[in-house]
Structure formats: C-alpha cells, structure tokens
Design a protein around this ligand. Structure first.
Ligand code: CAA
Length: 380
C-alpha cells in the first residue's frame, strides 16, 4: 500500500488547483447568481486535454491515470462544484459510455477526441420522468429502419444537455424485453427532431445547465449504436459506477473547500476576546470534520485506484459516493454554522457550497440506491 501520489498525479492536481483559483474563483458568485455556464473557462481548461485524461491516446484520450482525473475534479469542486459536475459528466458519463462500449475504435475515437480538448461537450441521456432510481423503467424507443435507427422519447435531468454537442441516448429496441432490450446511441446536436426541453431552475449547481431532451423521429446512423440491443443497460450501469467516483470527488472537493474557508475564518474571527478557533467546542467540531474528510478521501482514492487497476469497483464506487457526498453535506452545513450570520451570506461562499452539496447525495444514484448496490453485493 502506497499513500504517495505519483509525479503525474501531483502535476494534474496542481494544474487543476491553479486553474480553479485563477480562472474560476474570481467570478464564481456572479455566475451562480446568473446561472451562467463558464464556457470560456471550460474551453480553456480543455486545451490541456484534461477531459479525456484517463482514456487511451490511441482512442483520442491522454493516457493518464484515473486518479489524476479524480484529483482534478476534486480540486475544481473545491472552488466551483457546478463546473466539477459538468467536467465529471463530460468525462465519466459521456466519455465513460463511449469507452466502456463495444463500439469500433474509429467510432470511439470520433466521439472521444473532440471531447478530450473541450472542443465538444458530452452528456448522458438515461433518466426519464418514469425512470429515475428505477433506471429500467425506460420508455424511449429505437426502431431500426434500414441502416439507421429512429428514436422517439424524452430524457430529463440531463446535465450539460443544453450545451452538449454529443449525447449518449439509452433507448429500448425491444420494449418487451425491458433491460435486456436496451441499446445506446450517440446523438449529435442539431439532428432533426432532437431538441432541448425545459431548462431546470435549481437549488444548487446553478451554472451547470440541466434540461429535458426530446427525441421525435430522430434518425441516427446504425454506426452510432455504441451498445447493441441487450447491452445498453449494462453499459449504463458500468458507466455510472465510474460516474459515482466522479460525484464522490465533487463531494470531497466541496467538503475540503468549505472546511478551509471555515478554518481560516475561525482563526481571524474574534468573539469573547479571542479567536473562535480557541473555543474548544468549535475546535473539536473541526477535528471531527477533518477526520470525516480524511475518511472520505481514503474511500475515494481507493475506488479510483480499483478502477485504474482493473479491479472490481462497483461497490467501492458506491461506498465512496455515499461517504463523500454525506460528508460534503455535513461539512458544508457545519461551515455555514461556524461562520454564523456571515455563513448565511453569499460573500463567504459556504452557503453556495451547502446548496451545491445537496444534489451530490441525489444524482448518479441516490445514496439510498448506493445502499442497495452495497447490500446487494453483501448477500448475493
Ligand atoms: N455493471 C454492469 N452490469 C450491471 C451492474 C453494474 N454495475 N449493475 C447491474 N448490472 C447488470 C446485472 O448484472 C443484470 O444483468 P443480467 O440481467 O444479465 O443478470 C442487469 O444489469 C440488471 O441488473 P439489476 O436486476 O440489478 O437491475 P435493477 O433494475 O434492479 O436496477 C439499480 C439496479 C442499481 C437500482 C439501478 O437501476 C440503478 O443504478 N439505479 C440508479 C440509476 C442512476 O444512478 N441514475 C442516475 C442517472 S445520471 C444522473 O444522475 C444525471 C446527471 O446527468 C448527473
């Protein structure tokens, strides 16, 4: 067991940290207030190839370590967790769907390489109004017509949906077979009949656009079918295992970001004639939160390393997602409390972090679903 990061991992961590502090922090509150996606910054970070970091170079990625990518999501999320989820959906859910699929290499490269450098943006179309936690309850259908498929249906809660150049759409080619009749397709923006629906007005992650996506007689070439009929559900599940590590990194970033704001504040803020860090009941609370953060970090890095080393990671990913996001909620809420009245005000960032943290317990499988995954493996 080795707890040291490699040179590459340290470099990516430093790059993401510097980018977050220089490029994201200055306007993060204004963007949150305006629900404005930082497209310029997203493209700028993309020039480093970071969105395809963990994928093989021959398929259009950067051939980096998976943990490096996770460290980058964590660093970005310390400052701007909404950017963190757009990044994670792009790399883990969209890129992961492509990479985990049985598509030929030229299709993988075609749809991964432009994402790697931020020239294009990807999204993941699984959830529907009737299929949330029960991802098998899909209604979107794809019918073969010569050398193409015609897709009809609707997706919802699609992160990056309004921005996405490419969306992986999961659809039933044989509804009677349920999950065994599910396939997956890459649908390009601008394909006739493929439209962005309602853009959600959210509590947190306000700058990451989330929308419905409608498909009305959308014709997609058969070569864009990245999971054959029967393979789609497993592709979605496997991809979500990776996505959950990304959300765990987002949660850990939020927890660390809020903790650091509270720690510095406590050393400066004086009440009853001394800094509030000298109040033992507050210092002890911080000791507990720091221990929680270290626990979450160990679980997250373990899950990332399992994935990187090709070991089973479904359960470690579910555990890391549940732990990191619960700790994110706890630490951000306590940080607001530590800062008192100031914590409730937008100037100090922690109220935004608390709002952003809530969704991490919900998306990419609620934490109740994570318990289903973990307990299912216990009693199989
Ligand atoms: N990897 C590969 N295959 C898997 C798998 C995994 N992790 N999990 C299940 N499977 C396979 C099973 O082996 C099974 O295969 P067989 O039929 O050959 O035996 C098949 O998939 C069906 O498995 P289950 O019977 O366990 O499926 P289920 O219908 O009971 O569902 C579930 C299981 C865990 C509850 C699943 O539905 C689930 O994860 N739900 C949550 C969905 C989710 O996370 N949605 C988030 C969408 S993205 C998002 O949040 C928005 C965003 O943009 C950020």
């Amino acid at each position: 067991m080795n707890f040291e990061l490699t040179q590459e991992q340290k470099q990516i961590q430093a790059l993401a940290r510097e980018f977050a502090e220089k490029e994201l922090l200055p306007q993060v509150r204004e963007r949150d207030a305006a629900s404005e996606f930082p497209m310029e910054q997203f493209r700028k970070l993309g020039e480093t190839g970071i969105y395809g970091l963990p994928y093989p170079t021959e398929l259009g990625g950067m051939g980096g370590s998976y943990l490096s990518y996770i460290l980058a999501v964590e660093e970005i999320s310390k400052v701007d967790a909404a950017f963190g989820i757009s990044f994670s959906v792009d790399t883990s859910l969209y890129g992961g769907s492509i990479m985990n699929s049985s598509a030929p290499d030229e299709i993988k490269k075609k749809y991964l390489a432009p994402i790697t450098y931020g020239k294009k943006i990807g999204s993941f179309g699984l959830t529907e109004h009737t299929a949330g936690s029960d991802a098998a309850g899909q209604r979107t259908v794809a019918v073969q017509d010569g050398d193409s498929y015609i897709i009809n249906g609707s997706k919802c809660f699609n992160t990056n949906g309004p921005l996405a150049d490419y969306t992986v759409v999961y659809a039933l080619t044989d509804p009677a077979l349920g999950t065994k009749g599910m396939a997956a397709f890459v649908v390009e923006k601008g394909t006739p009949g493929f439209t962005v629906g309602v853009i959600e007005n959210k509590m947190g992650i306000r700058t990451a656009p989330v929308s419905d996506m409608h498909l009305e007689n959308v014709r997609v070439p058969a070569e864009n079918m990245i999971a054959k009929p029967g393979e789609g559900f497993k592709l979605a599940m496997k991809t979500l295992d990776g996505g959950r590590i990304g959300v765990a990194a987002q949660g850990l970033g939020l927890a660390k970001g809020a903790f650091e704001i509270a720690r510095k504040y406590m050393m400066e803020r004086e009440q009853f004639g001394k800094p509030i860090s000298k109040q033992q009941y507050l210092a002890f609370k911080m000791a507990e939160l720091k221990t929680d953060i270290e626990t979450a970090e160990l679980m997250l890095y373990k899950a990332a390393i399992c994935k990187e080393e090709g070991k089973p990671y479904t359960v470690p990913a579910a555990m890391a997602k549940m732990t990191c996001t619960n700790i994110a909620m706890k630490v951000t809420t306590e940080a607001v409390q530590m800062l008192g009245g100031n914590g409730y005000m937008k100037d100090y960032h922690v109220e935004r972090m608390m709002r952003d943290a809530k969704i991490t317990q919900i998306y990419e499988g609620t934490n109740e679903i994570q318990k289903l995954v973990i307990s299912g493996a216990l009693f199989r």
